[in-house]
Write a protein that binds this ligand. Structure first.
Ligand code: FE2
Length: 257
C-alpha cells in the first residue's frame, strides 16, 4: 500500500496548490492514503477548524501538525472532536487532542499515524523518543502500518529518532524546516526515512513567507508582521510504499511538483 505525504501546507497558497494537484497526483502515484502537515495551513501559522474541514474535504485523510497548532484557541475543541487530526504526542498530559490516530482505509488497511515534536532548538516538551516508544507499545498487532510525522528543527534529532525506531514503524518523515531534503532512504530494518518533506506553498519565499519582510527582520532585528508570499506555488512531499503484511517499507521517493 502507498502513502502520499505532504510537508507543511503554507496558508491559502499551499491549500490551493495542494487541492489543485492532489487528484492527479493521487491517481498517478497510486496512493491509498494522503497525509499532510497542516500546522501552518491557516494564514501561514496555525490551523482553524474551517481549514481543517477544507483539507479533509479535498482528499487529505489525516492532518498532522506541530508547534503552531496551539495558535488558534478555537481549534482546541476541534482537536478533541476530530479523529483525523493529530497534534504532537509529546505535549504534557492534559493537552487537547491526540498524538496518534488509527485510520481504517476503504481498502481494509489500518494505519497508525503519530505526530511528534522535536526538542532541539524548540520548546522543551516531553521526550519524543520515549513517547513514541510508549505509544507504539499500545498499538494492536493488526496495525502493522505505522507512520510518523516528526516535526523538528534539528537534523541530528530527526536522524536519531529514525534510527531509534527503525523496524518498529513503516516510515518516519520529518517536517518543520519547509525545505525538502535529498536523503530518502529505507533503513536496514525496514523504516522509510526522510529528514524533511519540504512544504506546499510559494517557492520564491522564506519558508512560504514574503521574503522582503524576513530579510528586513534579519537586517534590522525589529519585529515584523509576517505576510504570506505570493507567486509560483508547488507541493513538496514523499511517497512511501509499505508491505501491509509486515509493515516494512519497500519504496520511498520524493514528490516535488
Ligand atoms: Fe513548525
Amino acid at each position: 500500500m502507498r502513502i502520499l505525504f505532504f510537508g507543511d501546507v503554507m496558508g491559502k497558497p499551499g491549500r490551493v496548490v495542494l487541492k489543485r494537484k492532489l487528484p492527479e497526483l493521487r491517481a498517478r502515484l497510486g496512493a491509498d492514503m494522503v497525509i499532510a502537515n497542516g500546522e501552518n495551513a491557516s494564514g501561514g501559522v496555525g490551523l482553524t477548524t474551517d481549514v481543517l474541514r477544507e483539507m479533509l474535504g479535498f482528499g487529505v485523510d489525516v492532518v498532522t501538525t506541530g508547534n503552531h497548532i496551539w495558535k488558534h484557541r478555537e481549534m482546541y475543541g476541534g482537536l478533541d472532536k476530530e479523529a483525523r487530526v493529530v497534534r504532537p504526542a509529546n505535549y504534557p498530559a492534559g493537552a487537547p487532542g491526540r498524538g496518534m490516530t488509527i485510520c481504517d482505509l476503504p481498502s481494509g488497511h489500518r494505519v497508525a499515524v503519530l505526530n511528534l515534536q522535536g526538542r532541539t532548538f524548540m520548546d522543551d516538551v516531553d521526550c519524543p523518543f520515549h513517547t513514541a516508544s510508549a505509544l507504539l507499545n499500545t498499538l494492536p498487532d493488526d496495525v502493522r502500518i505505522r507512520f510518523i510525522d516528526f516535526h523538528a528543527e534539528a537534523t541530528s534529532e530527526k536522524k536519531a529518532l529514525g534510527w531509534y525506531l527503525d523496524g518498529r514503524i513503516s516510515a518516519m518523515i520529518g517536517t518543520h524546516t519547509h525545505v525538502q531534503t535529498a536523503d530518502p532512504t529505507i533503513l536496514p530494518e525496514g523504516t522509510a526515512y526522510l529528514t524533511d518533506a519540504g512544504m506546499c506553498g510559494v517557492e520564491a519565499s522564506c519558508l512560504g513567507m514574503d521574503k522582503e519582510v524576513i530579510v528586513r527582520r534579519f537586517l534590522t532585528k525589529l519585529p515584523q508582521r509576517f505576510v504570506l508570499a505570493k507567486g509560483e506555488v508547488s507541493v513538496n512531499g514523499v511517497l512511501v510504499e509499505v508491505d501491509p503484511e509486515t509493515g516494512k517499507a519497500t519504496h520511498i521517493e520524493l514528490v516535488r511538483e
